[in-house]
Design a protein around this ligand. Structure first.
Ligand SMILES: Cc1cc2nc3c(=O)[nH]c(=O)nc-3n(C[C@H](O)[C@H](O)[C@H](O)COP(=O)(O)O)c2cc1C
Length: 345
């Protein structure tokens, strides 16, 4: 067991007494410090779990979901802990403070979180400058969005701005149209809107490929709150536009799984254990509808190794975690990778 695995269970009760966002900020700062002092050791050594997806070499199939490192300030530390991929962001063209605090809540009884952060971030250019200096071997995805005050009619411009800025430093770019905390963002998942957006981004990707001499895959991150017709429409567009990958899923606005909880009515996206089932259904539906060569990244509700294996079985090529890490700490990284290795996935 590594130092950080021993340390997290000791720290967790203290961290959980703090406001959730303060605890998060403090944890990330401590990780960066520990990494600088050479105290972080990977919880895994799994060369046999390396794989190539979308032409990228992933040291292992487990990634850190977007939102944990919005500003790309701890990428090397996350890589050192053992993640094979770190998705930074969501980043917007201009820096923005996000929604008023408090905006992050724990529901420990459900191993869940509710957040309405609202894309608090230092802007794409700040993150790009940091990513230029990274040393990690982990694949780094840059998750992009629009500023809160950009109307949906101009959203394409924001995404294009971020794609151009991120292209030279990103291993892949993820287009976030599924956060529930930016007014109207999910409307971009409507068939005509998404077609217009993806078509513009794919055209730009082609010209950036010529300019930079490398292909940076373009993925879309989708919501779990989609009905069958919406799923079919999105899959149609993704297939026709040759999207490079799909990340399923973001947080849910559905509260059925936490009905009766004191925080049930807090606005925002629910994540962690309660989103597992719905995320899996969406993942499975997309696997059936998308062209075989389009990989899926499965995220939503992984709090045990077996959940990650289940997502792989349903058709994910890679998996990511966020809320599970808050509840389980780095032990979850070890457990997920050990389970996947034992089941040869
Ligand atoms: C506090 C918080 C902030 C998040 N911020 C983002 C974000 O900026 N962009 C994004 O695409 N997803 C964001 N997410 C969603 C996660 O990446 C993930 O899709 C979701 O939480 C489901 O996975 P989980 O159950 O493992 O947490 C955020 C989640 C949480 C809990």
């Amino acid at each position: 067991m590594t130092l950080i695995e021993k340390f997290y269970p000791v720290m967790k009760p203290w961290l959980f007494r703090l406001d959730a966002e303060k605890a998060h900020t403090l944890t990330v700062k401590m990780m960066v410090m520990a990494h600088r002092l050479g105290m972080l050791q990977s919880v895994v050594d799994t060369p046999q779990q390396a794989r190539t997806v979308m032409g990228l070499s992933f040291p292992n199939p487990l990634g850190l979901g977007a939102g944990m490192d919005k500003s790309a300030s701890a990428v090397d530390a996350w890589g050192a802990v053992g993640f094979g991929c770190v998705e930074v962001g969501t980043l917007t063209p201009r820096p923005q403070p996000g929604n008023p605090k408090p905006r992050l809540f724990r529901l420990p009884e459900h191993q869940a979180l509710i957040n309405r952060m609202g894309f608090n971030n230092p802007g794409i250019h700040s993150a790009v400058a940091k990513l230029k200096k990274r040393k990690t071997k982990a694949v780094v995805g840059v998750n992009i969005g629009k500023n809160f005050d950009t109307p949906n009619e101009k959203a394409v411009d924001d995404y294009l701005h971020c794609l151009k800025a991120a292209y030279p430093v990103a291993d892949y770019v993820a287009v976030n149209i599924s956060s529930p905390n930016t007014k109207g963002l999910r409307d971009l998942q409507a068939e005509d809107s998404v077609r217009q957006l993806i078509s513009a981004l794919k055209t730009e990707q082609a010209s950036l490929k010529k300019e930079h001499g490398k292909t940076v895959p373009l993925l879309v991150k989708i919501a779990p709150d989609l009905n069958d017709m919406q799923i079919e429409a999105l899959a149609r567009v993704f297939n026709e536009q040759n999207i490079d990958g799909v990340i399923a899923t973001n947080t849910t606005i559905d509260r059925a799984a936490v009905a009766g909880h004191a925080l049930e009515k807090e606005a925002g996206g629910l994540s962690g254990a309660p989103v597992l089932e719905r995320s899996n259904l969406v993942l499975q539906a997309f696997r059936m509808l998308l062209k075989e060569q389009v990989p899926l990244i499965g995220i939503g509700g992984i709090t045990q190794g077996a959940h990650a294996a289940e997502k792989m079985k349903l058709g994910a090529a890679l998996v990511q975690v966020y809320s599970g890490l808050v509840y389980r700490g780095p032990a979850l990284v070890r457990e997920v990778l050990a389970t996947l290795a034992a089941r040869s996935v």
